[in-house]
Ligand binder design. Structure first.
Ligand SMILES: Cc1ncc(C[n+]2csc(CCOP(=O)(O)OP(=O)(O)O)c2C)c(N)n1
Length: 376
């Protein structure tokens, strides 16, 4: 299904505002919105719950219904405002959802998507949200019928979800975002790992940062025992790292985060500033984009993670964008007390042959925990 037809049909039922968090399955739609919509009609929120709340606010202020989009991983974030804000037994606010379907039963996908994939449709049933599935075989007539069903639900103040299978969407033109930064993310990760000491452990965020860190560690040390890969639960790597750091005050703990992930649950920086000990180092690789799902911009305007961390109360904060400055800062922080925040501005892009962890998530957890216990 071409995105022009998808978007036009949604606009034909009076929905002109698209709000959400990017996803690889929905990339053709995100590209179309990034090319053709304004900052008023396409808004990337920091998390999916915020998208639901923003759409609810538009409705309260204008009676206009919005389209909220997300990967099915984001349903957890959206659950709270769906169940306790917009549901008909609370404020009864209509909303159209477009949900990228990862981990669909019967289709091979990464471990973090499998269970979420299994519960996606049952979850919509539980939430009393009517839904339809869109895939590459959906005809124009079936699509029109689907949108008609959605419109009837929305007029009855219900929500409606269109669950979109991998490969269902195509776009005439993609949207290419550049940020003007030079540093290559994988090289930055290599520099960070090389600066760490034998006892240090590293918690990495969701997406390509974890995949690159895994490969760099295998290349440098022949193992990945000091790494914990936050393959799912985007935005929570820093809290996992804080838990590890608090339970192991003698070890330095690095969290390697992404800008999209850090923004998703940015309040955690407050908890870190207040609770983290001297052994906590938070590094945010800022490419101003959700690169792992297709490089769509995070679209949050100008921001500076070092300034934010300072305001939250981190002990030391840095922002760097070239190799020499990165080297200096990584060296300098060895002698400093945390919590420390280092923002590294990095270019988009990754190796075409970037792999994925070869072991199961549980096997990776076991090797990390053995390392922590000193069994290795
Ligand atoms: C709650 C949730 N929403 C969306 C996703 C899909 N997703 C996986 S990685 C990613 C982008 C992460 O962006 P960032 O943290 O900036 O790192 P980058 O990929 O740019 O290195 C997204 C949106 C997800 N896994 N979980």
């Amino acid at each position: 299904m071409n995105t022009t037809d998808v978007i036009q049909a949604i606009k034909n039922i009076g929905i002109n505002r698209f709000i959400g968090v990017p996803d690889s399955v929905l990339k053709p739609l995100c590209d179309d919105w990034n090319r053709n919509e304004s900052d008023d009609t396409h808004i990337v929120t920091v998390n999916e719950g915020a998208a639901v709340a923003l759409a609810a606010g538009y409705y309260l202020g204008s009676e206009e219904i919005s389209c909220v989009y997300m990967q099915n991983s984001g349903m957890g974030n959206a659950l709270n405002p769906i169940a306790s804000l917009i549901h008909q037994r609370v404020y009864d606010i209509p909303m159209l959802f477009l949900i990228g379907y990862r981990g669909e039963p019967g289709i091979k996908d990464e471990p973090q998507h499998v269970f979420q994939g299994e519960i996606t449709l049952p979850l919509l049933d539980l939430l009393e949200i009517e839904y339809a599935l869109l895939d590459e075989h959906t005809s124009a007539k079936q699509w029109q019928d689907m949108v008609k069903r959605a419109s009837i639900s929305l007029q009855a103040h219900r929500q409606f979800a269109i669950v979109i299978r991998k490969g269902a969407l195509s776009s005439d033109e993609s949207y290419h975002f550049e940020n003007g930064f030079d540093l290559k993310r994988e090289q930055v990760i290599e520099s960070i790992l090389k600066q760490t000491q034998e006892n240090d452990v590293i918690i990495t965020t969701t997406g390509k940062i974890s995949r690159e860190a895994y490969e760099v560690s295998e290349r440098l040390y022949g193992n990945h025992d000091r790494l914990f890969l936050t393959v799912g639960s985007m935005g929570h790597a820093s809290m996992i790292a804080l838990g590890v750091a608090q339970s192991n005050p003698q070890r330095k703990v690095y969290c390697i985060d992404g800008d999209g992930a850090a923004l998703m649950h940015m309040g955690s920086m407050n908890t870190i500033a207040y609770h983290a000990g001297t052994n906590f180092v938070h590094i945010i690789l800022n490419n101003q984009a959700h690169e792992s799902v297709g490089g769509m911009p995070t679209l949050c305007g100008a921001r500076d993670f070092a300034q934010s961390a300072k305001v939250f109360g981190y002990n030391h904060t840095y922002s760097v964008k070239d190799h020499d400055a990165l080297g200096d800062v990584l060296h300098q922080i060895q002698a400093q007390d945390g919590p420390i925040l280092v923002e590294v501005k990095v270019a988009l892009g990754s190796r075409a042959d970037l792999g994925r962890p070869k072991e199961s998530a549980c096997a990776n957890k076991e090797s990390f925990m053995h390392y922590m216990k000193g069994d290795k």
